[in-house]
Design a protein around this ligand. Structure first.
Ligand code: CDP
Ligand code: MG
Length: 720
């Protein structure tokens, strides 16, 4: 049974006890128990650093708490060592049977999962992918038998639960960054509530221990949710941070961030700088400008190195942020400075030592969902006060620091929300509902969500899955639904893959889906926009951005390995994205084989000529709920939801066709639909009459067209 709310405080005596014990259990003869090899010099030097982390003092208390409770909540300031150390404590305390059970530690972000796994592998002096590994979507660097500690994105653990509902591979689950309240973490918490009573001591698969870790002060909320599980507070060791505001609002926060950073470099004492921006493009642009400006400042100032950090950055480059700032230009002179320009990921997930200055423009990309028009979008939005405080806190890790907020103090108090809404209240739920259905959870309304999603959002999800044929009219998972749940994709893309063999083009569709699953295939640098457009034109198919991607992918695959990089460079194609797409495609092919889905190419002559019409038909069969038509006025309106949209300027489709399907609805200053393909009404009514039913179709210009299309369909059926 779980005890009432209790708090475990750290007394002096236990501090000593833990110190004594530590030295004994960690270096028995300097042999690494995991590998049987002597510890490296590097291990010993990292060990020293690790032992200075605040959580180190907590080791015994934590192990004790985990021993005595099924669930423990840990709250500790960012950088106190929770993510890297606590799973190791649990491991060393013997909660795992190597070869049989292991620990999973969840992370909301891919970069955090990979980077922390790498770090912990170093800390344990083992090879990444062996005893310590990670699993993120489309990438599994772990060993099914050997791995005892795995960092995994919350979404991937949820996927694993679908084939292992009792999570029997694990004897301990650490839900990290719980304060972020991502959709998957919230669902995992609800799921654990169902699993835990079935995994008590003496149960078939043994006891499952759960540790919930959070950075902010509302850990009590988790404690309450988990029926009063004990809460451990790890005191942080932070220094004061002085906060500055602008006197008036900034018109352009990227430019203001660059300016402020350069000002710090020029006028402030030594210490590294962390700048928060919202996405890859913005970050790369800011980095470039900072490098340029630093170059122009001349050699009187210490050297400035600038590193970007965002999720799609390749691992070697991600690791650079942990490198030390450059040495002084002259012996004895002021040492160089490091600037890291990062997305939210550096807010709590990753700690970079040496940061003394933080530049906070007050924005991040956040998911928003409008169930009424069924649109989920990433929108650059103001952060919450809680986030702003976290960001500021990053400046005070090693010594007193400064935080420059690029907004007014009034704005901080009056415009920012206290906390960010949990993602579950801002997301579409179709994927989650499919997952839960697969897990056998039918009563979604009574599922124990910490914050239940809006009923309308759940309705929309059920409706979408029903239209796609994943759920029948009783809400039961169909065979198609089972297949769809095996694919780690958005339900519409899953359906697209599953039905593509019927159209004789599954080989092409899986390439397209792979390209859709990676960021930005085409590069368009500002200074070479024309050349980039010309390069893209070689691949473009006038009716389809999807087929344009396919053409690029096919061309890339045809190039010998060693020339691919150069080829990408010459053609303004993102080399990294293509490599990723290649990997994703291999994984999808594996799942297709498992599902017995035939791989058929529409290139029947094998000369690279695809059956474009078949491909467009296949796309229509999956994406029929994402279509828009051109009104007489010339504007496009989304079908059924009646949203005014424009084709994104990056689209190759410029013929202004009557009907298009689209991949993405981008909310910016205007509503854009992005990645579009020409479709037509006859296909739509014959493939999805249940969706385009006249009875429920709102009055609009398209309705008359629909009626005609149905008449044509009936006529052609009578003839055959
Ligand atoms: O999870 P929490 O924020 O409490 O701390 P952590 O991520 O475990 O970080 C503890 C320490 O490990 C920090 O000083 C980080 O700088 C360091 N670390 C590192 O050097 N390299 C990494 N890839 C991850 C963490
Ligand atoms: Mg952490």
């Amino acid at each position: 049974m779980m005890s009432r709310k209790q708090r475990i405080d750290l007394g002096e005596s236990s501090r000593e006890a833990s110190t004594n014990k530590r030295s004994k259990c960690e270096t028995p003869n300097n042999i690494n128990p995991w590998t049987g090899a002597p510890y490296s010099a590097r291990y010993l030097s990292i060990l020293e650093t690790r032992q200075t982390l605040p959580v180190y003092l907590f080791r015994d208390n934590l192990v004790e708490a985990v021993k005595n409770n099924q669930i423990v909540v840990v709250e500790g300031q960012t950088g106190s060592g929770k993510t890297t150390q606590i799973p190791q404590f649990i491991l060393e305390a013997g909660f795992v049977t190597p070869g049989e059970t292991s620990i999973a530690c969840t992370q909301p972000r891919r970069v955090a999962a990979t980077s922390i796994a790498q770090r912990v592998a170093e800390e344990m002096d083992v090879e990444l992918g062996q005893e310590v590994g990670y699993t993120i979507r489309f990438e599994d660097v772990s060993d099914p038998v050997k791995t005892v500690l795995k960092y995994v994105t919350d979404g991937m653990l949820l996927r694993e639960a679908m084939s292992d509902p009792l999570l029997k591979r694990y004897s301990c689950i650490v839900l990290d960054e719980a304060h972020e309240r991502t959709l998957s973490t919230d669902v995992l918490m609800g799921l654990l509530m169902e699993v835990l009573p079935k995994r008590i001591p003496g149960s078939k698969y043994g006891e499952l221990k759960v540790v919930i870790m959070s950075a902010t002060l509302d850990a009590e909320k988790f404690q309450e949710y988990f029926h009063g599980a004990p809460l451990m507070k790890v005191p942080g060791r932070t220094h004061p941070v002085e906060v500055f505001y602008t006197s008036k609002p900034e018109a352009n926060y990227v430019e203001a961030a660059v300016r402020t950073t350069m000002h710090i470099h020029e006028c402030e004492g030594p210490g590294d700088i962390l700048v928060f921006l919202t996405g890859e493009q913005e970050i790369e642009q800011a980095c470039e400008e900072m490098r340029e400006k630093a170059g122009a400042m001349g050699k009187d100032l210490p050297e400035l190195v600038v590193y970007p950090l965002y999720s799609s950055l390749p691992p070697q480059q991600q690791r650079k942020i942990f490198e030390r700032a450059p040495l002084p230009r002259v012996p004895g002179g002021p040492s160089g400075r490091k600037v890291v320009v990062s997305t939210n990921i550096a807010e709590t997930s990753l700690t970079i030592d040496g940061i003394v200055y933080v530049v906070d423009p007050g924005f991040s990309k956040q998911k928003v969902y409008n169930p009424r028009i069924r649109v989920e979008s990433l929108l650059v939005s103001p952060i919450s006060r809680a986030s702003a405080r976290q960001r500021a806190g990053r400046a005070g890790r090693t010594r007193p620091g400064k935080c420059f907020r690029l907004y007014t103090e009034k704005s901080f108090h009056e415009d920012l929300q206290e906390t960010t809404y949990p993602e579950i209240l801002r997301s579409k739920m179709s994927n989650v509902v499919l997952t839960l259905k697969k897990l056998g959870i039918d009563d979604l309304v009574h599922f124990d969500f910490m914050d239940p999603p809006a009923p309308e959002t759940l309705m929309r999800a059920l409706e979408l899955l029903n239209y796609l044929g994943a759920l029948d009219d009783e809400g039961e998972l169909t065979d198609l639904g089972y297949q769809m749940s095996e694919l780690p994709l958005d339900p519409q893309l899953s359906k697209l893959i599953i039905t593509s063999p019927e159209f004789g083009c599954s080989a092409e569709i899986v390439s397209i889906v792979a390209c859709l699953s990676v960021p930005q295939v085409f590069m368009r640098p500002r200074e070479a926009a024309k050349a980039a457009d010309a390069a893209k034109a070689q691949f473009s198919h006038p009716d389809s951005d999807h087929i344009t991607m396919l053409n690029v992918y096919a061309a890339y695959e045809a190039i010998p390995d060693r020339d691919r990089r150069q080829w990408c460079w010459d053609n303004f194609v993102n080399d990294r994205a293509m490599q990723n797409a290649y990997n994703v495609r291999q994984q999808l092919l594996g799942i297709m084989r498992k599902l017995d889905l035939p791989l058929v190419s529409s290139d029947r002559k094998g000369d690279g000529s695809f059956a474009f019409t078949d491909i467009r038909r296949a796309l229509t069969a999956g994406m029929f709920m994402h279509v828009a038509y051109r009104q007489r006025s010339g504007d496009y309106l989304t079908a059924k939801d009646n949203q005014l949209v424009a084709l994104h300027p990056s689209s190759v489709v410029i013929s202004r066709p009557d009907w298009v399907l689209f991949e993405e609805f981008a909310l910016t200053t205007r509503n854009f639909i992005r990645t579009v393909t020409v479709t037509n009404i006859d296909w739509l009514v014959s493939m999805a009459p249940h969706y385009f039913d006249l009875e429920n179709f709102p009055e609009c210009e398209a309705k008359a067209e629909l009626e005609q299309a149905y008449a044509r369909l009936a006529h052609s059926r009578r003839k055959t």
